[in-house]
Design a protein around this ligand. Structure first.
Ligand code: SOE
Length: 394
């Protein structure tokens, strides 16, 4: 029996668009039950909301998030609002018996993330976090290869997430305000690669042994016109030059639960790189490398080949006929996927779990995402206190 999953989405910016596309597309490419219904979209900026709802197919729109989150006929609440708004909306939805999907990072602060995880354990609804890169097929394949033991003991993980949109000309968006975002590039981008290293290796990050936090741009221009309130967050002062209160880059060194070591780098000022998310894993029996700029490919080095024949191979991860994750729902082999497909793949897995099924690869819930938040906090503590910091275990 095909059921219906009524969704409330909070947020109508970049992630609001990515999530709207995912909910709208998922039942065209996957056989999902229940089928998602784009019921209500919520945003602060009423002037743009009607156009957004019409463009993306939302039946209703409102600026009243609490009513939209707790309404009797809503089944799932999807949170794509600024980080400091995650906790209140998620807990209200969980207490109203809803399933909750929340953008990353789980929250602006560790305390908020802990409160969300506690609320999730006490509630009937299932929880999910949009760590979308897990569902880029090449990353999902990397997870499967490591889970099958093909790399053996993991010695190294090396991850970097390099963007360059945070230069001096970028105004004081909410992502540069610590009371809204929590941290800057760190919570925004290191969150992704911490989750990805944990996901691919199946190991935990047990300590941060060295870290640097840097802010290159201390003052940022005000936001133009009314958009300031929307982008800068409710109540933000959008009048004059504003002080950025978050990092522009965080780099840290850590140890893995299996005895290996890992390095992480996140920045918004890596001139020349726009969204370059790179991960390399080295084990005793082989190695994997992924670069989002070539997101349909996975590099694989195997030591079990004959002398003289060992070298990096490039797997084109688009062949559903050969069992590549998610690929059979999309196009024939060799026809690449894009950024948005990871979100559609995640919508497929979340609906599968809600409907009593399983995801194709592990889905992070609030408890899992809380562990990533603990690593984020440990790295900030290590940077500010100039000392190694243990990461509390799950
Ligand atoms: C940052 O600008 C950002 O939008 C992140 O917040 C997303 O998670 C990432 O996928 C793209 O860049």
């Amino acid at each position: 029996m095909i059921g219906r999953l009524n969704i409330t989405l909070i947020g109508s910016k970049f992630m609001g668009r990515a999530h709207s596309n995912a909910w709208g597309q998922v039942s065209r490419f996957f056989d999902v039950d229940p089928k998602p219904a784009l019921h209500t979209v919520v945003a602060r900026n009423a002037s743009e909301l009607a156009e957004f709802a019409a463009r993306w197919g939302w039946a209703n729109h409102t600026t009243d998030w609490h009513t939209a989150v707790t309404a009797e006929d809503i089944d799932l609440v999807d949170i794509a609002s600024p980080n400091n708004a995650h906790r209140e909306a998620a807990i209200a939805a969980l207490e109203a018996g809803k399933h909750v999907a929340c953008e990353k990072p789980l929250a602006a602060t560790l305390a908020d993330a802990e409160a969300m995880a506690v609320a999730a354990t006490a509630a009937p609804g299932k929880t999910f976090v949009w760590f979308n890169y897990r569902r880029v097929p090449a990353v999902a394949l990397a997870h499967k290869i490591v889970a099958a033991g093909a790399l053996g003991k993991i010695y190294h993980a090396r991850a970097s997430y390099l963007q360059s949109w945070g230069g001096p000309d970028t105004p004081l968006l909410w992502r540069f305000q610590g009371d809204i975002a929590g941290t800057g590039a760190h919570g925004d981008l290191n969150a992704h690669i911490i989750d990805a290293v944990r996901f691919i290796t199946g190991e935990e990050i047990v300590s941060v042994d060295g870290a640097i936090e840097e802010k290159f741009v201390a003052e940022r221009a005000p936001l133009e016109g009314g958009a300031g309130e929307e982008i800068a967050g409710a109540g933000a002062d959008t009048s004059g030059m504003g002080r950025s209160t978050v990092d522009d880059a965080v780099l840290f060194l850590s140890r893995l639960s299996g005895g290996g070591v890992a390095s992480f780098e996140a920045t918004r000022l890596a001139t020349g790189y726009y969204n370059t998310n790179r991960i390399e894993i080295h084990g005793e029996s082989g190695a994997l490398r992924f670069n989002f700029e070539r997101m349909n490919e996975l590099g694989y080095f195997r030591t079990d080949l004959a002398d003289g024949e060992r070298g990096w191979t490039t797997i084109d991860v688009t062949r559903g006929a050969e069992g590549h994750p998610y690929a059979d729902a999309w196009w024939p082999g060799g026809h690449g996927l894009g950024y948005e497909h990871g979100f559609v793949n995640q919508a497929r897995d979340m609906i599968s779990v809600i409907g009593g099924g399983k995801p194709l690869v592990p889905l992070p819930d609030f408890e899992d995402a809380l562990q990533t938040q603990r690593v984020l906090q440990a790295a900030i503590d290590a940077a500010r206190q100039h000392r190694p910091v243990e990461v509390p275990p799950p």
